[in-house]
Design a protein around this ligand. Structure first.
Ligand SMILES: Nc1ncnc2c1ncn2[C@@H]1O[C@H](COP(=O)(O)OP(=O)(O)O)[C@@H](O)[C@H]1O
Ligand SMILES: [Mg+2]
Length: 328
């Protein structure tokens, strides 16, 4: 862990944002409490996104009560793959990604075989609030399983990589590609053991990676380099993320997106308290960038102006983009 400590200390000099500052100066300041349900409940986020014409993984069904668990078979229908997740979950907990059927059972993306009754039992746990923020009663949603675009084949292990972009008042400030590993069970959450890789905002080229708080250049399972990869549709992802401000009204969010092989870019979820490890993956602190955006907003306000999604993306790409590749 010494390496991690050294990295963190070095980042401090470069405007690293700690948890207290994030909460006081960003989450509390920019995120109105009354708007939290829009991002804290994935079913509501989906409804909002659809209303705004933003693509999301198709919702197959919702289970809200014990009695409704009987409907699971019907919701799944004849499909071989689907995802079950808690509407108010976080950090990848409680998500089951079913990739196939196997002899009357299901096979998860990491190869585990589970019976239908186990899925029912899992949903029952979701309903009791086992995975929800604050342990409140929750709902389970069953949705389309995303198949990652081929581009990720060499740098990802089972499951779906996602793209996380931190957005301040509609301005994307930092981006990270998250790659599942053998350890993370097909999920792209860093706490589950996924890798975080920084991304240049201007070009969509990946920078270096961080895994379990250590700096890495190769994927531990595939051993392929994780840096220098060109992400497709980059400007599209930037605009999608920037537009999520209008979608939810929260000023400081983490937008999680995926690239589906058939459906293209999709919004997976929004987070009102996005994690801070993104700074390690980008070798850059958030505060310089957030301050630059706040200065921009002040300036625009003084002149009675505001910017469109395209203008906001152009601004941050110019300000924070075109990072020279890291050495070593
Ligand atoms: N529909 C899906 N298809 C395939 N994988 C998914 C799907 N939904 C989630 N995942 C995987 O699980 C991870 C966490 O999902 P997410 O919806 O962001 O929930 P959480 O709030 O727990 O982070 C994603 O990054 C992705 O790797
Ligand atoms: Mg997530």
């Amino acid at each position: 862990m010494f390496g991690f400590w050294k990295t963190w200390k070095a980042l401090e000099a470069r405007g690293i944002m700690g948890i207290n500052r994030r909460n006081a100066d960003y989450v509390l300041k920019y995120n109105k409490r009354s708007l939290y349900p829009i991002v804290d409940d994935k079913i509501i986020t989906k409804e909002r996104a659809i209303a705004a014409g933003i693509h999301v993984p198709e919702l197959y069904g919702v289970i809200s009560t014990e009695k409704e668990i009987d409907k699971l078979d019907e919701i799944i229908g004849g499909r071989n793959d689907f995802v079950i997740k808690p509407a108010q979950g976080a950090g990848g907990d409680g998500i089951i990604v079913v990739a196939d059927r196997f002899e009357g059972r299901y096979r998860t993306v990491s190869g585990k075989i589970i019976a239908h009754e186990e899925l029912e039992h899992h949903i029952s746990s979701i309903l009791t609030g086992l995975y929800s923020l604050g342990g409140h009663r929750d709902r389970a949603l069953i949705e389309y399983r995303v198949t990652p675009d081929q581009i990720f084949k060499s740098i990802s292990y089972e499951g779906v990589p996602d793209i996380r972009i931190i957005v301040l008042m509609g301005y994307p400030v930092m981006a990270m590609l998250r790659l599942p590993t053998r350890q993370s069970n097909g999920k792209a959450n860093l706490h589950q053991g996924a890798i975080g890789v920084g991304v240049d905002l201007a070009t969509g080229l990946t920078l270096r990676g961080t895994w379990l708080n250590n700096i890495i250049n190769k994927h531990p399972d595939t051993t392929n380099a994780v840096d220098g990869v060109q992400l497709p549709y980059w400007d599209g992802f930037m605009k999608l993320a920037a537009g999520c401000y209008e979608l939810c009204g929260l000023g400081y969010i983490g937008v999680d997106m995926v690239l589906d092989q058939e459906k293209g870019p999709l919004i997976l979820e929004l987070n009102a308290r996005p994690g801070l490890n993104i700074q390690i993956a980008n070798d850059c602190g958030l505060t310089h960038r957030t301050h630059a955006v706040e200065a921009r907003l002040e300036d625009l306000k003084a002149r009675g102006l505001s910017e469109t999604v395209e203008e906001r993306v152009a601004f941050v790409q110019e300000m924070f983009g075109h990072i020279p590749p890291v050495e070593g």
